[in-house]
Design a protein around this ligand. Sequence first.
Ligand code: ZN
Length: 372
Amino acid sequence: MKWSFKLITLFGIPVKVHITFLLLLIFVAVVPSGFIGGFTGLNAVGVVLLIFTCVLIHEFSHSLVARHYKVPVRDITLLPIGGVAQMDEVPDKPRQEIIISLAGPLASFALAILFYFMGKDEAGIAYRPGNIWMLLFQINAMLGLFNMLPAFPLDGGRALRAALALKMTWLRATRAAVAIGQLFAMFLFFAGFYVNWWLSLIAIFIYLGAESEERASETKAALSSVTVSQAMLTSWEQVTPQETIEEVLSKITHSLQWDFPVMDGDRLVGILPKDAIFGALREKPASTPVSEIMVRTFYCASEENSLDELFVKMSQTHVTLVPVMKGTELRGLINPEQLGRFQVLRSAEMETKAAVNWSKVWEYRGKEKGEK
Ligand SMILES: [Zn+2]
């Protein structure tokens, strides 16, 4: 996530903090009336840090259970509205996703019970302003309860999707869980007018989060069980190391590509991604040759690689061009535009009943060299 930096690595998982989180700390330190539970100044900062330690425990519960099921966890990011554990993939088995999703709220409930008994002993009564344990009890109980709402992308929504996926396809389960989550978000949004505007704000996050989850699962469904050769671009523009930035710009203008393979005769010697071209435009003269700005170390795919794995790799590394190789021969290209086009076709396959022999459509029937 942009504007976040690494704080510490725990259990092999990097913990990042978003810059707005630091702004929150400064904010609570200077608010004179006490931001939370009647605490002010450095005490308020301490309270916020304690709260976020609880959030961190919640996120680590998800992450460590995920790792137990061999689902890689990229990092945990702390934001003012809570924490996010980034996982690179969704577990294959719905049962595992249910357990991973419930692990966080369960940890919050366990903390709530712990703090309840700590606070009760100290104060003798249920709640008194300034009783830090009772404040933490309330916050953890709320964190657990709120996350259990069956609204995507909250934990309850994920558990709901996984439970539905036991009975139907993963994509249908996602669509159903997203619809339920968005209905919940609309309800929360209006409820916020009467309760607290903060609730309305969170409702907007839930609504948008649900939408992006739906889009991601549609992409995943469209690209799964397809090989790279079935979706690759097989007619393309290319550049030579001697061509200049100016000539490349002309190719961008008059083709459908932003990124080009760099060919020295029959040999692929580099790639020229969009970023490299536009980066060079700011710093170098238009007569600069491609050889000076091309990328020489790059990732290649082979024809039988699976497309959804390549998609995940491309979105994680922000690579915009992947040459598809057979030995030293360039057979095709995969770029984000091509993935988008293929996704539209694949959705058509899933939704039409027309008598189209799709396996023949996906099969690349080959083309003699030189034929364009
Ligand atoms: Zn959670």
